[in-house]
Design a protein around this ligand. Structure first.
Ligand code: SAM
Length: 208
């Protein structure tokens, strides 16, 4: 049977009343409690090569180029977070799902999973709250932190699981963000056709 082995995003399969986010480009909001950790911020150097989205020096190390990089820099997927490639639709059997608005090339950036960046302690607190209020939690682990898209996140949270997923989850470092934090980006694992459902592997953390 094709089913997720483990997922933080567990809950009902039936479609619940969920808000489709309007602010699709909404980015990361680091929870105030993280200030107490006094962590350094990541400094990514401007890149000396051609800044291709997949092949510049920084991109090869899964680091997005900083805003100070050249005007033509294409390694700014997370900053831009162009969500025009996706739309949300009811799948019938799996609740809502994410679908492709156009053909997507292999290895192309599709969308970043955004939301509140929270600590493990805050994660526990929120999960208890969501359980109480019977709210489905849309949360993924991102390094030592969690990204919570339940109240504030973009459409990436509607990506369903598939054994033969067509988007892989990559972990990227972003300039100016807290050390240890990794942004989660969904990239095309193969060529994807317009109208296809976009799926991921919920066990992305176990594949390393
Ligand atoms: C991150 S949410 C994905 C969006 C969800 N379908 C919704 O409507 O909010 C994860 C939940 O979607 C459902 N789901 C995801 N992949 C599935 C699959 N392959 N088969 C059945 N249900 C799935 C499960 O209920 C899972 O807990």
């Amino acid at each position: 049977m094709c089913a997720p082995r483990k997922s933080l995003a567990t809950g009902k399969t039936k479609t619940q009343k969920v808000k489709i986010p309007k602010n699709q480009k909404c980015s990361y909001r680091f929870h105030k409690s993280l200030d107490d950790l006094k962590l350094k911020k990541v400094k990514v150097e401007s890149c000396s090569s051609t800044c291709d989205a997949n092949a510049c020096d920084n991109a090869m190390d899964y680091m997005e180029c900083p805003s100070s990089c050249h005007k033509t820099c294409k390694n700014r997927n997370f900053h831009t977070n162009d969500v025009s490639k996706v739309y949300v639709k009811n799948t019938g059997t799996k609740g809502y799902g994410l679908f492709a608005t156009r053909n997507i090339k292999k290895d192309e950036f599709v969308i970043a999973f955004t939301g509140d960046v929270i600590s493990t302690k805050e994660y526990g607190k929120r999960i208890r709250g969501y359980k109480k209020s019977k709210k489905f939690p849309y949360v993924y682990q991102a390094g030592p932190f969690f990204i919570d898209a339940t109240e504030r996140g973009n459409s990436a949270k509607f990506a369903n699981y598939a054994c033969n997923f067509n988007m892989r989850t990559e972990k990227w470092q972003l300039d100016g963000k807290l050390e240890g934090f990794v942004a989660l980006g969904f990239f095309a694992e193969r060529r994807i056709r317009k109208g296809e459902e976009l799926t991921i592997d919920y066990n992305y953390d176990e594949d390393e």
